[in-house]
Write a protein that binds this ligand. Structure first.
Ligand code: FMN
Length: 174
């Protein structure tokens, strides 16, 4: 049996992906892990949007790179699947809720033999028409805060090693 702690300790951010498509059933398991994350008062404030449309991916990536200040750098590392997590701004735990959903998905993806990398700048991206249009097209109403994206796919590299943990990370008070 694979211990959950082993999954947690061996998950690493992946920044080189094979172009291979990710089977739908694996994507569904990954997003299910996100949807089952804890949320403040059980509010389920996040929404999880899986993006495989090549034109939209290109636009998202371009916007992200521009916000990053490096327009020629592919901030999504050519991943075959992008996942956007945003959360209902009216929930006072929205960013925490979305972050936990992203964390769950990273772990589930790794457990399924997939690689992920958190891609930031979702908050800034949400302010652009591209994201507003996307939400409108999905019929998502109300104010949402962009929490993060995942680049998802099969790693095209060795799994990087975890950085040693800093000293004094954990304190016990008995
Ligand atoms: C809030 C947050 C934002 C991040 N943003 C990015 C990003 O935009 N691009 C990227 O390549 N990695 C990003 N990462 C990944 C971190 O760089 C990575 O988790 C860190 O270097 C530790 O490596 P590990 O995930 O392999 O343990 C982000 C991670 C977090 C938690």
């Amino acid at each position: 049996m694979i211990e959950l702690l082993d999954i947690i300790k061996t998950r690493r951010s992946i920044r080189k992906f094979k172009p291979d498509a990710v089977p739908q059933e694996l994507i569904e398991k990954v997003v299910e892990a996100g949807a089952y994350a804890a949320s403040g008062r059980g509010n389920q404030s996040p929404v999880i949007i899986v993006i495989e449309n090549e034109d939209l991916k290109e636009e998202i990536s371009k916007l992200n790179s521009e916000i990053f200040g490096k327009p020629d750098f592919d901030t999504f590392y050519k991943a075959p699947v992008y996942i956007l997590v945003a959360a209902d701004a009216s929930a006072n735990t929205c960013v925490y809720d979305g972050t936990l959903a992203l964390g769950n998905m990273m772990l589930e993806a790794h457990a399924l033999g997939l690689g992920t990398c958190w891609i930031h700048r979702a908050k800034e991206s949400m302010e652009h028409e591209l994201y507003k249009d996307l939400f409108r097209s999905l019929g998502i109403e109300g104010e949402y805060v962009g929490v993060g994206h995942l680049a998802l796919g099969y790693a095209d590299c060795e799994l990087p090693k975890a950085a040693p943990r800093k000293e004094n990370y954990v304190y016990y008070v008995k």
